[in-house]
Write a protein that binds this ligand. Structure first.
Ligand code: FES
Length: 126
């Protein structure tokens, strides 16, 4: 089962691939899809259609455990603030194995769509 750790909250989630219901935001099984499935705040202004940079994350570990970056994502990422060599759009990055990602502070919406989380996160769901 893949494990995804979201920093800086330090929340690690583990799940059976394909078992999470698709949120309808981003590619099925994407980092955004996983985040939404577990209630992790991650902005996604365009709804996961590779049309903004709100879901920009930085991969701390496991670049090779995400689906390869496609041209559309690369073009969009070029517009992202704070771009790094390990930047990805969460809505386009399908999780293949264990990864650790950092959500930049400007992309964290702690008010959240559900309004349920705080900056401290909610701990491990593994
Ligand atoms: S949510 Fe807009 S590009 Fe990912």
């Amino acid at each position: 089962m893949p494990q995804v750790t979201f920093l800086p909250a330090g929340v690690t989630v583990e799940y059976v691939p394909g078992a999470l219901p698709h949120s309808g935001h981003g590619r099925p099984g994407s980092l955004l899809d996983v985040a939404i499935g577990f209630g992790i705040p991650l902005d996604h202004a365009c709804g996961g259609h590779c049309a903004c940079t709100a879901c920009h994350v930085i991969v701390s570990r496991g670049d090779d455990q995400l689906s390869p970056m496609e041209e559309e994502e690369a073009d969009r990422l070029d517009l992202a603030a704070g771009l790094t060599l390990h930047s990805r759009l969460a809505c386009q990055s399908v999780v293949l194995g264990d990864v650790v990602v950092t959500i930049p502070d400007w992309n964290r919406n702690y008010a959240g769509e559900s309004g349920a989380l705080t900056a401290e996160g909610r701990g491990s769901k593994a």
